[in-house]
Design a protein around this ligand. Structure first.
Ligand SMILES: [Zn+2]
Length: 331
């Protein structure tokens, strides 16, 4: 017998149950946060062609939409407002309109599902006339100070309406500190969490989301505030900055092409929950591959999430949430 004892591994994972023990962290229903699109036609249910199975919903339809999912163990959602019937302006005034879709949905969901955890995406792009995520100088560049003031104002309005979490996705410098300060001044800092889109990359994977939200900028692009895909060091600095500014949760977005950044975040913020957003294009890609017969949908969906868990995630934002709630019942 010349083989080293340490060469023999297969006995440790020959049984299906033993294979699950090889994972440091396994997906549970509590880890899933479902991104949903709320529009300002209260009775709407409009399918989004580029995001298979996802719809834009009006507040009157939330009970029928989410009721069965809550029954099946849905614990949290993140709301994206998609207004069509508002007057957009330079400062994104409709973002915190009490009659607007996000605040209406927060109120409605708190009544309908008292146990459901409600996060809200916070950004201006869906509400500004120019479609950028901040307030602009005359030359079209970002004007940082009024941008973060306005974003914090919107975040505080969502918190006042009852959101458990505000999640700024704008990528303006210094907004986490100003939001946290705003929550403190409003007496809400102990009731509302700040989840920072810390490392949000300028990715080509946001296409279906822009269809869903109608949020493409009217000129230029977002490369002066979202991170360049190769910017690993910049992402590390953004993560550390947001931790220091008071973020309660760190997020990396997208997930699949940025697993190294998720791992970096786990190392740089080891004491924070760590989220990844499996964005619209990743979701659409996994679905499309399955439709092409490249792989089995469920197996690939799990594999995509297992990568994120391995890299260090404790919270996953994914459009697969309804399917995972089913699949986890069967697991
Ligand atoms: Zn934005």
């Amino acid at each position: 017998m010349s083989m080293e004892i340490s060469s023999i591994l297969q006995g440790g994972y020959n049984h299906p149950l033993a294979r699950t023990w090889q994972c440091k962290r396994q997906l549970t229903k509590s880890m899933l946060m479902y991104p949903i699109f709320i529009t300002d036609d209260a009775d709407a249910r409009v399918e989004i062609a580029s995001l298979p199975g996802q719809c834009r919903w009006g507040v009157n339809r939330l009970k029928e939409f989410l009721g069965p999912l809550v029954q099946n163990g849905l614990k949290s959602v993140i709301l994206f407002g998609v207004p069509f019937n508002c007057t957009k302006d330079e400062t994104g005034t409709p973002a915190d309109d009490p009659e607007g879709p996000v605040i209406q949905a927060i109120t409605r969901l708190r009544q309908l599902f008292p146990e459901l955890y409600i996060a809200t995406d916070v950004c201006l792009c869906e509400y500004t006339s120019h479609g950028h995520c901040g307030i602009l100088h005359e030359d079209g560049t970002i004007n940082q100070a009024p941008s973060v003031e306005r974003i914090a104002e919107v975040a505080v309005a969502y918190a006042k309406a009852g959101a458990h979490c505000v999640a700024p996705s704008d990528m303006m410098d210094g907004r986490i500190r100003v939001i946290k300060q705003g929550l403190i001044e409003a007496g809400l800092a102990n009731r509302c969490m700040v989840m920072a889109y810390s490392a949000k990359f300028a990715s080509s994977l946001y296409g279906p989301f822009r269809d869903a939200a109608g949020s493409a900028p009217s000129f230029g692009n977002r490369k002066c505030y979202q991170l360049p895909p190769g910017g690993k060091g910049l992402a590390r600095r953004a993560i550390v900055r947001d931790v220091n500014e008071g973020a309660d949760v760190i997020m990396v977005k997208p997930a699949m092409p940025y697993l190294d950044v998720i791992q970096d975040a786990a190392e740089l913020a080891p004491d924070h929950p760590l989220a990844a957003y499996q964005v619209s294009g990743e979701f659409a890609m996994v679905v499309a591959g399955a439709e092409m017969g490249v792989y089995d949908l469920r197996t690939m969906a799990f594999e995509s999430i297992e990568g994120m868990l391995r890299a260090g995630c404790t919270l996953i934002l994914t459009y697969f949430t309804p399917q995972f709630l089913e699949w986890l019942n069967e697991a």
